[in-house]
Design a binder for this molecule. Structure first.
Ligand code: DQA
Length: 152
């Protein structure tokens, strides 16, 4: 592969409220602090990072399309509640043709039943769930190693 690995991190609905929203479930780290941790990890790993948060499904879909048109090599996606409901987002993951790593701060399998279903799970490379902010850092490492394996 020429140039450095380009990873996009997409945060879905309500994740702008991290740190204030149900901290007993999602932790005290704010989105800004999480993004700073991700940026530092990306620098340490020598990869390019682009981060987007949106409360709007269509914006996330557009980002998946854009990433898939050659702008990104892999995506780390926390789709928030859309994980459990959005056929459109799942279709966009497939359409992107990119390796996507699904991440969740909380252990969705240990929560309400409606959170046990992920429409994304069958079309992503894998999931990292339940480790708080570390889910994203582990997801970033998984995305990097997926891309590096592909390019060999
Ligand atoms: C979440 C889990 C979802 O069920 C929830 O709707 C969220 C956050 C998580 O990161 O744990 O918004 O994706």
């Amino acid at each position: 592969m020429s140039g450095s690995v380009r990873i996009w991190v997409l945060h879905g609905p309500n994740l702008n409220l991290l740190g204030q929203r149900e901290p007993q479930i999602y932790g005290a780290v704010t989105l800004q602090e999480l993004d700073a941790l991700l940026t530092q990890r990306a620098q340490d790993r020598g990869v390019e990072l682009h981060i987007l948060q949106s409360n709007h499904e269509g914006v996330l879909i557009d980002a998946l399309h854009e990433g898939g048109q050659g702008a990104a090599d892999a995506i780390v996606l926390n789709a928030g509640g859309l994980t459990h409901t959005s056929v459109c987002l799942r279709d966009a993951v497939v359409a992107s043709g990119l390796p996507v790593i699904e991440v969740h701060l909380s252990n969705v399998a240990a929560r309400e039943e409606f959170r046990h279903v992920s429409l994304l799970a069958p079309v992503v490379v894998g999931q990292v769930i339940g480790f708080g902010a570390d889910s994203y850092l582990l997801g970033l490492d998984a995305a990097i190693s997926t891309v590096r394996k592909q390019s060999h």
